[in-house]
Design a binder for this molecule. Structure first.
Ligand SMILES: Nc1nc2c(ncn2[C@@H]2O[C@H](COP(=O)(O)OP(=O)(O)OP(=O)(O)O)[C@@H](O)[C@H]2O)c(=O)[nH]1
Ligand SMILES: [Mg+2]
Ligand SMILES: [Zn+2]
Length: 289
């Protein structure tokens, strides 16, 4: 078949995609139906429609799929990513719950996680933000303090050989990081104005960038919610990495770690082997979805 070809989605606009071909050229890919089921990072099989357009027939098997969901829909963030880079900042203030949820989603896909505390140059707010991340650092998640504006290099060693996806709330500096790490990227960034503009996202679609020293980075639009309705309760339990040694040790197989007797998780909390804070976060996730 003369028209068949494969490529990698490097930008996802919803109704259409930018697809990178093996010869480094770009083609516009359109999904077959109205519903788009592909994400940035997907490898796709296509049929060429014209010189610069192709129809996407299907995505090839994925090694991971990072997405969020609520009762109504799923939002794909990235396919085949090996690592999530969670970007928070000294300001604006960040949400603990969002961070936890994104970590659980990444764990469910077997992805590595790195947390970047950006805008470290705003030193007045730094100790507080650092303090708010200490419990995650204690769990073993790398927490890198840096200033994307001044020097993003501390992140580089973590990116080699990985397909990383930058995830975080709007205004944390994801696109600024992209511009610092990828010469010529020209990702749009925006000052967050104190009033009306806040909450608006500067980045409107995911885009994949290749790093000169190996590895790739996906920039994604800022998010305020990270629904996990697609995850089973066991996937959520396992997403709390420090729970893992105790899973399967409760008296009841279907223990929800709430008020059941002889619950290994609650015993671990009582013995301070699991922090109260993480246990509370777990309860919030499993009772709210
Ligand atoms: N002081 C300081 N400001 C920064 C730093 N990094 C980013 N900023 C500023 O923070 C603002 C938001 O940065 P963006 O890179 O657009 O944020 P984003 O996370 O991509 O936001 P969305 O695309 O909306 O999700 C911009 O005004 C940046 O210049 C930093 O290291 N220090
Ligand atoms: Mg952005
Ligand atoms: Zn239990």
């Amino acid at each position: 078949m003369s028209g068949a070809l494969e490529g990698t989605i490097v930008a996802a606009f919803g109704r259409h995609y930018e697809v990178l071909l093996a010869d480094d050229s770009l083609i516009t890919g359109f999904p077959r139906g109205k519903k788009s089921t592909c994400a940035c990072g997907d490898r796709v099989a296509m049929e060429r429609a014209s010189l610069d357009q192709a129809q996407i027939l299907r995505h090839l098997p994925r090694t991971s799929l990072l997405y969020r969901s609520d009762a109504y829909r799923e939002k794909l963030i990235a396919a085949n990513a090996t690592q999530i880079v969670l970007v928070v900042a000294t300001e604006p203030s960040f949400s603990d719950e969002l961070l936890t949820r994104a970590l659980v989603a990444a764990e469910s896909q077997g992805m590595r996680s790195v947390i970047v505390l950006n805008k470290a140059d705003l030193t007045e707010r730094l100790p507080q933000a650092r303090g708010r991340l200490a419990y995650l650092k204690a769990l073993g998640y790398p927490v890198l303090e840096l200033s994307a504006r001044a020097d993003a290099a501390p992140l580089l060693p973590f990116l080699a050989g990985e397909l990383s996806v930058l995830v975080g709330q709007s205004g944390m500096g994801k696109s600024t990081l992209i511009n610092a790490l990828v010469p010529g990227a020209l990702a749009a960034t925006r000052e967050i104005s104190t009033a009306l503009d806040s909450g608006k996202h500067t980045t409107t679609h995911a885009r994949l960038y290749r790093l000169a020293h190996g590895g790739s980075l996906i920039d994604s639009p800022g998010l305020q919610e990270f629904g996990l309705t697609h995850l089973s309760s066991s996937a959520i339990e396992e997403g709390f990495i420090e729970f893992r040694p105790y899973l399967g040790c409760c008296r009841f197989n279907d223990c929800r770690h709430q008020s059941e007797p002889n619950c290994a998780i609650k015993q671990a909390v009582a013995a301070a082997l699991i922090s109260d804070r993480r246990y509370e976060q777990f309860l919030r996730l499993t009772t709210r979805g």
